[in-house]
Design a protein around this ligand. Structure first.
Ligand SMILES: Nc1ncnc2c1ncn2[C@@H]1O[C@H](COP(=O)(O)OP(=O)(O)OP(=O)(O)O)[C@@H](O)[C@H]1O
Ligand SMILES: [Mg+2]
Length: 527
């Protein structure tokens, strides 16, 4: 399981991981989308409007022109007709821009015209678009029309020159024929061609014409605010996704209960939702249900073992050990078990205050021999949802008033073993809250003194490397590791009965057996 997690980390993200990433980073991605799309909208909206007018030129086949002239199609006589092989190029070349600028006047330069005109062919159709772009719609139409008309005119005079020189050539060939052949088939052929060429040069045959004049555009061709905004939104989304992936890659926090399970290679005992109500007691029904389920899962996972003493541990401060130990103990007590909660965090005790029990002797006092265990145990009566006392109680052995300089040694002592043994014999369940294992070593001796150890991981807060280190230590410790609890996951459906995991994990056990409702209320000898 652990291997799977590591493998997927190396080889890429699974669908669930991507879905999780999407959920977690959605606000960032949306923010990127909105900012970039908004920027594109603002930029586009304030850009100067430009209008494009398009005139359409139509070309005849240049081969036809050459045949009319009596030239073979692979003739090297290039002149103007040779250049027509590439209609678009023929429209671009020459001094059309300068002539257009001159004809229009209006202070336009050759550069203004050539920058505003774009010539594009429509595939092989012999149709060429001459598009002119300007901040003034009428000017755009004037440039496109003047440019294309001028082009057609130039073509016409070039063609006329071409046909005249072809006529001169044919006439010369005719004169060079011996008189006898002039009226033979060769001579008649040349005479016919000369006649055609003379007609063409007089008529002004043209291989290009303006098929459609440019009209004054009514709407701007740029900026296209909707298109620019849509492109901005897309770019923003891509940037947001990229940032999300990068942040996810470098984020060393545990992101889901599956990841927590995989890191410790232990079953998931339950999910505690993120809730401010956890600092109070009694808990609202949905939060209380989460702890009842954890208790039921513990019974399920340790069905063949007599697990009466339980250590709640985690690598880092703030993972939620004390919170979970308290509510788990209280949930079991409310369901009728005899429960003792022991505070083994002798450095930063908080339980007496959390349970609303005043200060007094506790575990430290018992361990140094300053107090008897019976005198140090405090009782918290549990009312039914804080209303009337239904007879259930939670016994607390808080850290106490003594502040020993060597808590680790005290917890390792025989006296501590004796405290645990006494508690085991007197209670159905003993829950021990500990200091963070990654910060201080105090709690390590306890791990092997109890029947089971439960590890807490706080989702999106606990660090993966701290969990990995603890897992390595625990693997060789001989402690009886029962499972993990994912703390702080968001409930997907608030108050849901079974699903409490915001990261999509059911609180039901992995092994597949659904708990009968009796499991939640039965009061067996253990847990
Ligand atoms: N699921 C949760 N939802 C909201 N707040 C939580 C949750 N779990 C814990 N907290 C809060 O986080 C803080 C730290 O929790 P807690 O004291 O239980 O952690 P801890 O592991 O015992 O820390 P330490 O190792 O320092 O003793 C507390 O204020 C607690 O109320
Ligand atoms: Mg604590």
């Amino acid at each position: 399981m652990r291997g799977d997690a590591v493998d997927s980390e190396r080889t890429g993200l699974s669908f669930e991981q991507i879905a999780g990433l999407w959920r977690r980073r959605l606000p960032w991605m949306l923010a990127c989308l909105v900012v970039v799309a908004g920027g594109a909208y603002g930029y586009s909206k304030h850009k100067v409007k430009k209008y494009t007018a398009t005139a359409v030129l139509s070309f005849n086949s240049s081969q036809l022109s050459q045949q009319i002239a009596g030239l073979s199609s692979n003739s090297s006589a290039t002149s103007v007709l040779g250049a027509q092989d590439d209609d678009v190029e023929s429209v671009k070349v020459g001094d059309m821009a300068a002539k257009t600028a001159r004809l229009l006047g209006l202070g336009l330069t050759e550069q203004d015209v050539s920058e505003s005109v774009t010539v594009t062919g429509r595939g092989e159709s012999g149709i060429v678009d001459v598009a002119a772009t300007s901040t003034s719609p009428p000017l755009a139409a004037m440039i496109a029309n003047t440019y294309s008309r001028q082009f057609v005119k130039e073509q016409q005079s070039a063609n006329r020159r071409f046909f005249r020189s072809a006529l001169a050539l044919v006439s010369k060939q005719l004169q060079q024929l011996p008189p006898a052949q002039r009226f033979g088939s060769d001579g008649l052929d040349l005479q016919e061609r000369a006649h055609t060429l003379s007609l063409l040069s007089e008529l002004g045959y043209n291989n290009a014409e303006v098929a459609q004049e440019a009209s004054v555009p009514s709407s701007p061709s740029s900026p296209k605010v909707t298109k620019d905004t849509a492109i901005g939104a897309l770019v923003g989304l891509i940037v947001g996704l990229f940032i999300a992936f990068v942040v996810e890659r470098f984020d060393r926090r545990i992101k889901s209960s599956e990841e927590l399970e995989a890191l410790y290679a232990l079953p998931l005992l339950g999910v505690v939702p993120k809730s401010s109500a956890l600092s109070r007691s009694p808990l609202p029904p949905s939060e209380a249900e989460a702890f009842s389920l954890i208790r039921a899962h513990l019974r399920f996972f340790s069905v063949d073992r007599d697990v009466r003493t339980l250590v709640i541990a985690s690598p880092q401060p703030g993972d939620g050990k004390t919170t979970i130990a308290h509510h788990l103990a209280e949930a079991a007590a409310r369901l009728g078990s005899r429960v003792m909660l022991i505070e083994a965090d002798l450095r930063q005790p908080t339980l007496a205050a959390r349970l609303g029990i005043g200060s007094g002797p506790g575990l430290a006092d018992v361990l140094i021999g300053a107090s008897a265990m019976n005198d140090a145990v405090r009782v918290k009566a549990l009312g039914a949802q804080g209303e009337s006392d239904d007879g259930h109680r939670l016994d607390l052995l808080a850290a106490g008033t003594a502040r020993p300089p060597n808590p680790g040694e005290l917890l390792e002592s025989r006296m501590m073993s004796s405290v645990i043994d006494q508690a085991r014999s007197a209670y159905d369940l003993v829950v021990i809250d500990t200091p963070p294992l990654g910060a201080v070593s105090d709690a390590f001796p306890l791990l092997t003194k109890v029947d089971g150890v439960v590890i807490i991981g706080r989702i999106r807060r606990s660090r993966r490397d701290a969990a990995e280190e603890l897992q390595k230590v625990l693997a060789g410790s001989g402690a009886s590791l029962l499972g993990v609890i994912a703390n702080g996951a968001k409930p997907r459906v608030p108050g849901s009965y079974i699903r409490a995991g915001g990261d999509g994990v059911s609180s039901a056990p992995r092994s597949g057996t659904a708990f009968a409702s009796d499991d939640l209320v039965s009061t067996g000898p253990t847990l």
